[in-house]
Ligand binder design. Structure first.
Ligand SMILES: Nc1ncnc2c1ncn2[C@@H]1O[C@H](COP(=O)(O)OP(=O)(O)OP(=O)(O)O)[C@@H](O)[C@H]1O
Ligand SMILES: [Mg+2]
Length: 399
Protein backbone atom coordinates (compact mmCIF):
# COMPACT_ATOMS: atom_id res chain seq x y z
CA UNK A 1 0.00 0.00 0.00
CA UNK A 2 2.82 2.36 0.90
CA UNK A 3 4.59 1.49 -2.34
CA UNK A 4 1.42 2.27 -4.29
CA UNK A 5 1.17 5.59 -2.51
CA UNK A 6 4.78 6.46 -3.31
CA UNK A 7 4.36 5.48 -6.95
CA UNK A 8 1.22 7.60 -7.21
CA UNK A 9 2.97 10.60 -5.66
CA UNK A 10 5.90 10.15 -8.00
CA UNK A 11 3.54 10.06 -10.97
CA UNK A 12 1.76 13.25 -9.91
CA UNK A 13 5.10 14.92 -9.30
CA UNK A 14 6.42 14.08 -12.75
CA UNK A 15 3.15 15.00 -14.39
CA UNK A 16 3.12 18.46 -12.78
CA UNK A 17 6.84 18.99 -13.34
CA UNK A 18 6.15 19.29 -17.07
CA UNK A 19 4.44 22.61 -16.58
CA UNK A 20 5.31 23.85 -13.11
CA UNK A 21 8.49 24.10 -11.15
CA UNK A 22 7.77 22.12 -8.02
CA UNK A 23 9.83 20.85 -5.14
CA UNK A 24 9.12 18.22 -2.53
CA UNK A 25 9.11 19.54 1.03
CA UNK A 26 11.81 17.71 2.90
CA UNK A 27 13.12 17.13 6.38
CA UNK A 28 16.43 18.90 6.74
CA UNK A 29 18.94 17.28 9.07
CA UNK A 30 21.63 19.47 10.60
CA UNK A 31 24.18 18.47 13.15
CA UNK A 32 24.20 20.17 16.51
CA UNK A 33 26.75 20.59 19.28
CA UNK A 34 29.63 19.81 16.99
CA UNK A 35 28.00 16.69 15.56
CA UNK A 36 26.99 15.18 18.87
CA UNK A 37 23.35 15.37 17.91
CA UNK A 38 21.20 15.71 14.84
CA UNK A 39 18.35 18.18 14.60
CA UNK A 40 15.58 17.54 12.09
CA UNK A 41 13.58 20.43 10.72
CA UNK A 42 10.60 19.58 8.63
CA UNK A 43 9.45 21.85 5.82
CA UNK A 44 6.00 20.32 5.53
CA UNK A 45 5.39 20.87 9.25
CA UNK A 46 6.66 24.42 8.85
CA UNK A 47 4.16 24.99 6.05
CA UNK A 48 1.29 23.46 8.02
CA UNK A 49 2.16 25.62 10.97
CA UNK A 50 2.33 28.66 8.73
CA UNK A 51 -1.17 27.89 7.48
CA UNK A 52 -2.48 27.60 11.01
CA UNK A 53 -0.77 30.53 12.69
CA UNK A 54 0.46 32.69 9.82
CA UNK A 55 4.01 32.54 11.13
CA UNK A 56 6.70 30.85 9.13
CA UNK A 57 9.56 29.53 11.18
CA UNK A 58 11.39 26.22 11.26
CA UNK A 59 9.61 23.43 13.10
CA UNK A 60 11.85 20.96 14.83
CA UNK A 61 10.71 17.38 14.88
CA UNK A 62 11.05 15.71 18.26
CA UNK A 63 13.61 12.90 18.44
CA UNK A 64 11.09 10.56 19.96
CA UNK A 65 8.08 9.93 17.67
CA UNK A 66 5.18 12.12 18.67
CA UNK A 67 1.65 12.92 17.56
CA UNK A 68 1.80 15.27 14.60
CA UNK A 69 -1.27 17.23 15.70
CA UNK A 70 0.71 18.29 18.71
CA UNK A 71 3.73 19.37 16.69
CA UNK A 72 1.88 21.79 14.45
CA UNK A 73 -0.83 23.14 16.64
CA UNK A 74 -2.34 26.38 17.85
CA UNK A 75 -5.13 27.51 20.08
CA UNK A 76 -8.13 28.71 18.13
CA UNK A 77 -10.72 31.04 19.59
CA UNK A 78 -14.05 31.21 17.81
CA UNK A 79 -15.89 34.43 17.19
CA UNK A 80 -16.67 37.00 14.53
CA UNK A 81 -12.94 37.66 14.30
CA UNK A 82 -11.33 34.41 15.39
CA UNK A 83 -7.93 34.27 16.99
CA UNK A 84 -5.26 31.68 16.36
CA UNK A 85 -2.42 31.67 18.85
CA UNK A 86 -3.27 35.20 20.02
CA UNK A 87 -3.24 36.63 16.52
CA UNK A 88 -6.45 37.90 15.01
CA UNK A 89 -7.30 36.43 11.68
CA UNK A 90 -9.53 37.71 8.93
CA UNK A 91 -10.83 35.66 6.05
CA UNK A 92 -11.82 37.30 2.78
CA UNK A 93 -13.96 34.99 0.69
CA UNK A 94 -13.92 35.43 -3.05
CA UNK A 95 -17.28 34.66 -4.58
CA UNK A 96 -19.36 35.92 -7.46
CA UNK A 97 -16.95 34.85 -10.16
CA UNK A 98 -16.91 37.16 -13.19
CA UNK A 99 -18.64 36.04 -16.36
CA UNK A 100 -15.34 35.53 -18.13
CA UNK A 101 -11.97 34.43 -16.85
CA UNK A 102 -8.46 34.56 -18.24
CA UNK A 103 -5.14 33.22 -16.96
CA UNK A 104 -3.70 35.14 -14.04
CA UNK A 105 -6.92 37.05 -13.45
CA UNK A 106 -6.06 37.94 -9.86
CA UNK A 107 -2.41 38.88 -10.36
CA UNK A 108 -2.91 42.31 -8.85
CA UNK A 109 -3.05 40.69 -5.41
CA UNK A 110 0.69 40.19 -5.79
CA UNK A 111 1.26 43.90 -5.76
CA UNK A 112 -0.16 44.46 -2.31
CA UNK A 113 2.31 45.32 0.42
CA UNK A 114 1.09 42.71 2.89
CA UNK A 115 1.47 39.07 3.70
CA UNK A 116 -1.53 36.95 2.99
CA UNK A 117 -2.26 33.31 2.41
CA UNK A 118 -4.43 32.54 -0.53
CA UNK A 119 -6.02 29.15 -0.28
CA UNK A 120 -7.58 27.77 -3.47
CA UNK A 121 -9.31 24.57 -2.58
CA UNK A 122 -10.86 22.55 -5.35
CA UNK A 123 -12.76 19.41 -4.51
CA UNK A 124 -13.00 17.26 -7.60
CA UNK A 125 -16.17 15.38 -8.36
CA UNK A 126 -16.14 12.33 -10.55
CA UNK A 127 -17.93 12.62 -13.88
CA UNK A 128 -21.05 10.77 -12.72
CA UNK A 129 -21.56 12.83 -9.53
CA UNK A 130 -20.96 16.03 -11.47
CA UNK A 131 -23.53 14.97 -14.04
CA UNK A 132 -26.13 14.29 -11.36
CA UNK A 133 -25.57 17.67 -9.71
CA UNK A 134 -25.71 19.50 -13.02
CA UNK A 135 -28.83 17.55 -13.97
CA UNK A 136 -30.52 18.78 -10.81
CA UNK A 137 -29.70 22.40 -11.66
CA UNK A 138 -30.94 21.84 -15.20
CA UNK A 139 -34.31 20.61 -13.93
CA UNK A 140 -34.65 23.69 -11.75
CA UNK A 141 -34.17 26.00 -14.72
CA UNK A 142 -36.24 23.81 -17.00
CA UNK A 143 -39.25 24.35 -14.75
CA UNK A 144 -38.87 28.08 -15.11
CA UNK A 145 -38.96 28.04 -18.88
CA UNK A 146 -42.76 27.77 -19.04
CA UNK A 147 -44.96 29.17 -16.26
CA UNK A 148 -46.28 26.69 -13.71
CA UNK A 149 -49.95 26.92 -14.83
CA UNK A 150 -48.98 26.37 -18.44
CA UNK A 151 -47.13 23.24 -17.46
CA UNK A 152 -49.99 22.02 -15.31
CA UNK A 153 -52.84 22.62 -17.73
CA UNK A 154 -50.85 22.10 -20.91
CA UNK A 155 -51.69 25.59 -22.14
CA UNK A 156 -49.59 28.22 -23.86
CA UNK A 157 -50.54 31.51 -22.20
CA UNK A 158 -47.49 33.69 -22.74
CA UNK A 159 -44.00 33.48 -24.15
CA UNK A 160 -41.34 31.31 -22.60
CA UNK A 161 -38.68 32.66 -20.22
CA UNK A 162 -35.72 33.29 -22.54
CA UNK A 163 -33.24 33.62 -19.70
CA UNK A 164 -34.21 30.25 -18.25
CA UNK A 165 -33.96 28.76 -21.75
CA UNK A 166 -30.41 30.06 -22.11
CA UNK A 167 -29.50 28.67 -18.72
CA UNK A 168 -30.87 25.26 -19.64
CA UNK A 169 -28.82 25.38 -22.83
CA UNK A 170 -25.67 26.29 -20.93
CA UNK A 171 -26.17 23.58 -18.35
CA UNK A 172 -26.70 21.05 -21.10
CA UNK A 173 -23.37 22.15 -22.59
CA UNK A 174 -21.80 21.69 -19.18
CA UNK A 175 -23.28 18.20 -18.86
CA UNK A 176 -21.87 17.32 -22.26
CA UNK A 177 -18.45 18.63 -21.23
CA UNK A 178 -18.52 16.65 -18.01
CA UNK A 179 -19.49 13.51 -19.91
CA UNK A 180 -16.66 14.01 -22.42
CA UNK A 181 -14.22 14.06 -19.47
CA UNK A 182 -12.16 16.80 -21.12
CA UNK A 183 -12.82 18.90 -18.05
CA UNK A 184 -13.77 17.88 -14.55
CA UNK A 185 -16.23 19.62 -12.25
CA UNK A 186 -15.84 20.37 -8.61
CA UNK A 187 -16.36 22.75 -5.72
CA UNK A 188 -14.01 25.69 -5.64
CA UNK A 189 -13.42 27.63 -2.42
CA UNK A 190 -11.01 30.52 -2.72
CA UNK A 191 -10.25 32.43 0.46
CA UNK A 192 -7.56 34.84 1.52
CA UNK A 193 -6.39 34.57 5.11
CA UNK A 194 -4.74 37.48 6.90
CA UNK A 195 -3.22 37.67 10.36
CA UNK A 196 -2.31 40.46 12.70
CA UNK A 197 -1.87 41.02 16.39
CA UNK A 198 -4.06 44.11 16.19
CA UNK A 199 -7.72 43.62 15.44
CA UNK A 200 -8.17 46.98 13.68
CA UNK A 201 -5.07 46.41 11.53
CA UNK A 202 -6.27 43.01 10.37
CA UNK A 203 -9.64 44.58 9.55
CA UNK A 204 -7.93 47.27 7.46
CA UNK A 205 -5.88 44.69 5.62
CA UNK A 206 -9.00 42.65 4.90
CA UNK A 207 -10.77 45.73 3.58
CA UNK A 208 -7.84 46.54 1.30
CA UNK A 209 -7.90 42.99 -0.10
CA UNK A 210 -11.66 43.14 -0.56
CA UNK A 211 -11.43 46.44 -2.44
CA UNK A 212 -8.81 45.05 -4.76
CA UNK A 213 -10.63 41.81 -5.46
CA UNK A 214 -13.83 43.73 -6.16
CA UNK A 215 -11.99 46.06 -8.50
CA UNK A 216 -11.13 43.01 -10.61
CA UNK A 217 -14.81 42.21 -11.02
CA UNK A 218 -15.14 39.52 -8.37
CA UNK A 219 -17.46 39.52 -5.43
CA UNK A 220 -15.61 39.48 -2.12
CA UNK A 221 -16.72 39.60 1.45
CA UNK A 222 -15.05 39.57 4.81
CA UNK A 223 -16.29 36.54 6.70
CA UNK A 224 -17.89 37.12 10.07
CA UNK A 225 -20.22 34.37 11.32
CA UNK A 226 -18.67 31.93 8.90
CA UNK A 227 -15.10 33.02 9.69
CA UNK A 228 -14.04 30.00 11.74
CA UNK A 229 -15.47 27.58 9.22
CA UNK A 230 -13.85 29.45 6.36
CA UNK A 231 -10.50 29.45 8.15
CA UNK A 232 -10.70 25.73 8.87
CA UNK A 233 -11.64 25.07 5.25
CA UNK A 234 -8.49 26.85 4.12
CA UNK A 235 -6.19 24.50 6.03
CA UNK A 236 -4.47 21.79 4.01
CA UNK A 237 -6.35 18.50 4.02
CA UNK A 238 -9.64 19.96 5.21
CA UNK A 239 -12.32 19.13 2.66
CA UNK A 240 -15.47 19.32 4.74
CA UNK A 241 -15.66 22.91 5.99
CA UNK A 242 -16.92 25.85 3.96
CA UNK A 243 -18.03 24.09 0.78
CA UNK A 244 -19.10 26.60 -1.83
CA UNK A 245 -21.66 26.05 -4.52
CA UNK A 246 -21.76 26.30 -7.52
CA UNK A 247 -19.75 23.78 -9.48
CA UNK A 248 -17.03 25.15 -11.68
CA UNK A 249 -14.94 23.27 -14.21
CA UNK A 250 -11.21 22.80 -14.37
CA UNK A 251 -10.69 25.16 -17.27
CA UNK A 252 -12.09 28.07 -15.22
CA UNK A 253 -10.13 26.81 -12.26
CA UNK A 254 -6.85 27.03 -14.16
CA UNK A 255 -7.52 30.74 -14.76
CA UNK A 256 -8.36 31.43 -11.16
CA UNK A 257 -5.63 29.64 -9.26
CA UNK A 258 -2.56 31.76 -8.60
CA UNK A 259 0.00 29.89 -10.66
CA UNK A 260 2.12 32.87 -11.61
CA UNK A 261 3.86 35.47 -9.52
CA UNK A 262 5.88 38.55 -10.29
CA UNK A 263 9.31 37.57 -11.60
CA UNK A 264 11.78 38.97 -9.12
CA UNK A 265 14.86 38.75 -11.33
CA UNK A 266 18.09 36.90 -10.68
CA UNK A 267 19.55 37.50 -7.21
CA UNK A 268 23.11 37.20 -8.57
CA UNK A 269 24.63 38.94 -11.56
CA UNK A 270 24.72 36.43 -14.43
CA UNK A 271 28.00 37.68 -15.96
CA UNK A 272 30.68 34.98 -15.55
CA UNK A 273 33.46 37.62 -15.45
CA UNK A 274 32.16 39.14 -12.25
CA UNK A 275 33.30 37.65 -8.96
CA UNK A 276 31.26 34.71 -7.71
CA UNK A 277 27.87 35.64 -6.20
CA UNK A 278 28.04 39.25 -7.29
CA UNK A 279 24.91 41.18 -6.45
CA UNK A 280 22.47 42.28 -9.15
CA UNK A 281 23.06 45.66 -10.77
CA UNK A 282 20.29 47.16 -8.66
CA UNK A 283 17.03 46.37 -6.97
CA UNK A 284 13.89 48.22 -7.81
CA UNK A 285 10.36 47.59 -6.64
CA UNK A 286 7.17 47.23 -8.57
CA UNK A 287 4.40 47.03 -6.02
CA UNK A 288 5.86 45.33 -2.99
CA UNK A 289 7.96 42.71 -4.75
CA UNK A 290 11.59 43.69 -5.30
CA UNK A 291 12.86 43.35 -8.83
CA UNK A 292 16.52 42.60 -9.26
CA UNK A 293 17.79 44.24 -12.40
CA UNK A 294 20.63 42.68 -14.35
CA UNK A 295 21.48 43.90 -17.83
CA UNK A 296 23.66 40.92 -18.57
CA UNK A 297 22.63 37.78 -20.32
CA UNK A 298 25.60 35.56 -19.75
CA UNK A 299 28.60 37.84 -20.47
CA UNK A 300 26.79 40.25 -22.79
CA UNK A 301 25.20 43.34 -21.33
CA UNK A 302 24.13 45.20 -24.48
CA UNK A 303 21.18 47.39 -23.67
CA UNK A 304 19.03 49.78 -25.64
CA UNK A 305 17.08 52.45 -23.81
CA UNK A 306 14.62 54.50 -25.74
CA UNK A 307 11.94 56.97 -24.82
CA UNK A 308 10.63 60.42 -25.64
CA UNK A 309 12.61 63.57 -24.88
CA UNK A 310 12.81 64.29 -21.19
CA UNK A 311 11.52 60.90 -20.14
CA UNK A 312 14.57 60.17 -18.00
CA UNK A 313 16.90 58.22 -20.29
CA UNK A 314 20.03 60.08 -19.26
CA UNK A 315 19.04 59.87 -15.62
CA UNK A 316 18.60 56.12 -15.91
CA UNK A 317 21.94 55.82 -17.69
CA UNK A 318 23.63 57.74 -14.90
CA UNK A 319 21.94 55.52 -12.32
CA UNK A 320 23.11 52.39 -14.13
CA UNK A 321 26.66 53.79 -14.35
CA UNK A 322 26.62 54.66 -10.66
CA UNK A 323 25.30 51.23 -9.70
CA UNK A 324 27.83 49.48 -11.88
CA UNK A 325 30.59 50.82 -9.64
CA UNK A 326 29.56 48.23 -7.04
CA UNK A 327 31.55 45.58 -8.89
CA UNK A 328 35.20 45.26 -8.03
CA UNK A 329 37.55 46.74 -10.67
CA UNK A 330 34.59 48.24 -12.51
CA UNK A 331 35.57 50.78 -15.17
CA UNK A 332 33.21 53.17 -16.82
CA UNK A 333 33.85 54.97 -20.10
CA UNK A 334 31.03 57.11 -21.33
CA UNK A 335 30.52 59.28 -24.35
CA UNK A 336 28.34 61.93 -22.91
CA UNK A 337 25.83 63.96 -24.86
CA UNK A 338 24.59 67.20 -23.34
CA UNK A 339 26.80 66.86 -20.23
CA UNK A 340 24.17 64.80 -18.45
CA UNK A 341 26.76 62.61 -16.76
CA UNK A 342 28.84 65.53 -15.52
CA UNK A 343 27.30 65.82 -12.04
CA UNK A 344 27.77 62.13 -11.39
CA UNK A 345 31.34 62.17 -12.73
CA UNK A 346 32.28 65.07 -10.52
CA UNK A 347 30.52 63.51 -7.54
CA UNK A 348 32.49 60.27 -7.81
CA UNK A 349 35.74 62.07 -8.58
CA UNK A 350 35.97 61.05 -12.22
CA UNK A 351 37.35 63.07 -15.08
CA UNK A 352 35.14 64.81 -17.58
CA UNK A 353 36.80 65.78 -20.86
CA UNK A 354 35.43 67.86 -23.67
CA UNK A 355 36.76 66.63 -26.97
CA UNK A 356 37.85 69.42 -29.23
CA UNK A 357 37.38 72.12 -26.63
CA UNK A 358 38.21 73.07 -23.11
CA UNK A 359 36.61 71.52 -20.10
CA UNK A 360 33.80 74.01 -20.45
CA UNK A 361 33.43 73.47 -24.20
CA UNK A 362 30.36 72.27 -25.98
CA UNK A 363 30.25 69.16 -28.12
CA UNK A 364 30.72 65.54 -27.14
CA UNK A 365 32.33 64.93 -23.82
CA UNK A 366 34.25 61.97 -22.53
CA UNK A 367 33.86 60.85 -18.97
CA UNK A 368 36.50 58.79 -17.25
CA UNK A 369 36.86 57.41 -13.80
CA UNK A 370 40.05 58.42 -12.02
CA UNK A 371 41.63 54.99 -11.95
CA UNK A 372 41.35 54.77 -15.71
CA UNK A 373 44.38 56.95 -16.34
CA UNK A 374 46.43 53.91 -17.31
CA UNK A 375 44.10 53.22 -20.20
CA UNK A 376 44.51 56.69 -21.45
CA UNK A 377 46.68 55.96 -24.55
CA UNK A 378 43.92 53.72 -25.85
CA UNK A 379 41.25 56.35 -25.31
CA UNK A 380 43.53 58.97 -26.82
CA UNK A 381 43.87 56.91 -29.98
CA UNK A 382 40.14 56.38 -30.25
CA UNK A 383 39.44 60.08 -30.00
CA UNK A 384 41.86 60.97 -32.73
CA UNK A 385 40.40 58.32 -34.97
CA UNK A 386 36.95 59.73 -34.39
CA UNK A 387 38.03 63.33 -34.85
CA UNK A 388 41.20 63.26 -36.99
CA UNK A 389 41.39 66.89 -38.00
CA UNK A 390 40.09 68.43 -34.79
CA UNK A 391 42.40 69.97 -32.28
CA UNK A 392 42.29 66.85 -30.10
CA UNK A 393 42.09 67.04 -26.38
CA UNK A 394 42.34 70.42 -24.78
CA UNK A 395 45.75 70.94 -23.26
CA UNK A 396 44.25 71.65 -19.87
CA UNK A 397 42.80 68.24 -19.67
CA UNK A 398 45.76 66.26 -21.02
CA UNK A 399 47.43 64.09 -18.38
N1 LIG B 1 12.82 58.43 -12.01
C1 LIG B 1 12.67 59.75 -12.05
N2 LIG B 1 11.87 60.36 -11.16
C2 LIG B 1 11.70 61.68 -11.18
N3 LIG B 1 12.29 62.50 -12.08
C3 LIG B 1 13.09 61.97 -12.98
C4 LIG B 1 13.31 60.56 -13.03
N4 LIG B 1 14.16 60.30 -14.04
C5 LIG B 1 14.43 61.50 -14.61
N5 LIG B 1 13.81 62.50 -13.96
C6 LIG B 1 13.85 63.92 -14.31
O1 LIG B 1 13.30 64.08 -15.61
C7 LIG B 1 14.00 65.08 -16.31
C8 LIG B 1 14.47 64.59 -17.67
O2 LIG B 1 15.38 63.52 -17.48
P1 LIG B 1 16.53 63.19 -18.52
O3 LIG B 1 17.32 64.40 -18.84
O4 LIG B 1 17.26 62.01 -17.99
O5 LIG B 1 15.68 62.77 -19.77
P2 LIG B 1 16.17 62.27 -21.19
O6 LIG B 1 15.27 61.15 -21.58
O7 LIG B 1 17.62 61.98 -21.16
O8 LIG B 1 15.88 63.51 -22.10
P3 LIG B 1 16.57 63.87 -23.51
O9 LIG B 1 15.89 62.97 -24.51
O10 LIG B 1 16.22 65.29 -23.67
O11 LIG B 1 18.03 63.60 -23.38
C9 LIG B 1 15.14 65.53 -15.43
O12 LIG B 1 14.78 66.73 -14.78
C10 LIG B 1 15.27 64.41 -14.41
O13 LIG B 1 15.74 64.90 -13.18
MG1 LIG C 1 19.31 62.89 -22.19
Amino acid sequence: MLTDFRTAIREVEQYLANTLSIRRMLTIVTSERGGARNARYDELMQFVRFCITGESHPVRLPDIPFYLDWVATAELQHGLTPKAENRYLAVVAIDGLPAESWPGILDSLDLMPLTYRWSSRFIFLDAETARQKLERTRKKWQQKVRPFFDQLFQTQSRSVDQDAMTMVGEIEDAIAQAASQLVAYGYYTPVIVLFDEDQSVVQEKAEAVRRLVQAEGFGARIETLNATDAFLGSLPGNWYCNIREPLINTSNLSDLVPLNTVWAGSPVAPCPFFPENSPPLMQVASGSTPFRLNLHIDDVGHTLIFGPTGSGKSTLLALIAAQFRRYEFAQIFAFDKGRSLEPLTLAVGGAHYAIGGGLEGEGPVLVLEPELARHFPFVHWRIFRANPIGPGLATGSRH
